[in-house]
Design a protein around this ligand. Structure first.
Ligand code: GDP
Ligand code: MG
Length: 296
């Protein structure tokens, strides 16, 4: 008999409460990017955290978007709902001393999913003096039968050990779901696309075109054993192409180089990476295109 525990943990909560920051802190490695542009947490990703005696698979539910009702937004909303439905435990992340309509909405979705829920009160580093937190914690506890209410600071890694203990105790007994050295259940192609996308996002910060997508078209093994990867950066409009490429291709080169270096490290092998920028008119409205990109 083993008392190993393992299960899925979904992070829910309104935008900006610190879900991505918490995820990074919990997994102990920067895997999901934390950047200002909205559309960065698009795919449903699973990050594994292997603890002594337990394995948790964390899911960062993609944000919900209010903009025009495009196919992309609907796909993201569905991905978020699926993540909640599959979870053994939901962490509802809120911001210390704040409760907004969006928090209320997040809570009602979590209630609807009928999972055990732990309330994580983030950003307590901002609360001075700390006693001001007590009435807030009490009023939060009154909103739902949370398994626990845990104050933390994801940014300062404050009280994360407590949170881990609470999470592990709430997971079902069972063997590890994934090999213990595995970082994610996604394919190599997905990791490559995500890394390119991350580098692109960091390059473009303010200019990131809406609906940009990265797709790995081909992975070939060359004679010298190196993997040759060719990937396409899809943009919505012809005018966005020069933004992504940059003067004399400088930006695309930087993105390619940064992505290649990180991937070499991540995958433990040396890649040869070729990037293309192509225009797909209105792809965000095209459900079939989303399916090809793994969004449905
Ligand atoms: P998400 O939208 O819920 O994923 O939130 P993010 O993780 O992207 O965080 C939103 C903002 O809150 C970022 O500027 C973070 O640096 C900040 N933040 C996250 N956690 C903390 C925390 O514990 N304390 C403080 N002061 N800021 C935090
Ligand atoms: Mg996020």
């Amino acid at each position: 008999m083993t008392d190993f525990r393992s299960g899925f943990v979904a992070l829910a909560g309104r935008p900006n409460v610190g879900k991505s920051t918490l995820l990074n802190a919990l997994v102990g490695q920067k895997l999901s990017i934390v950047t200002p542009p909205p559309q960065t947490t698009r795919h449903r990703r699973i990050w594994l955290s292997n603890l002594p005696g337990a394995q948790m698979a964390c899911v960062d539910t993609p944000g919900r978007h209010h903009g025009p009702r495009r196919a992309l937004n609907r796909a993201m909303t569905r991905a978020a709902a699926a993540a909640l439905g599959d979870a053994d435990l939901v962490l509802l992340v809120v911001e210390a001393l704040k409760w907004t309509d969006e928090d209320e909405l997040a809570l009602s979705r979590v209630r609807h999913a009928e999972r055990s829920v732990v309330a994580v009160v983030n950003k307590v580093d901002r609360v001075r003096p700390r006693e001001r937190l007590l009435p807030y914690l009490a009023s939060l506890a009154a909103r739902h039968a949370f398994g626990a209410v845990v104050p933390i600071s994801a940014l300062k890694s404050d009280n994360l050990e407590d949170l881990r203990r609470v999470i592990v105790a709430a997971l079902p007994l069972g063997e590890a779901m994934f090999p213990l050295d595995q970082l994610t259940d996604r394919t190599v192609a997905f990791r490559i696309a995500e890394t390119i996308r991350e580098k692109l996002t960091l390059e473009l910060v303010e200019e990131l075109p809406y609906g940009i997508a990265v797709e790995v078209e081909q992975i070939e093994v060359e004679d010298d054993g190196r993997k040759a990867v060719s990937a396409v950066i899809w943009v919505d409009r012809p005018g966005q192409k020069p933004i992504v490429i940059g003067a004399d291709g400088s930006r695309l080169k930087r993105v390619g180089r940064a992505a290649r270096l990180e991937l070499n490290r991540l995958l433990g092998e040396r890649l040869h990476l070729t990037l293309w920028v192509k225009v797909r008119e209105d792809w965000a409205d095209d459900v079939r295109a989303l399916r090809q990109l793994g969004m449905e």
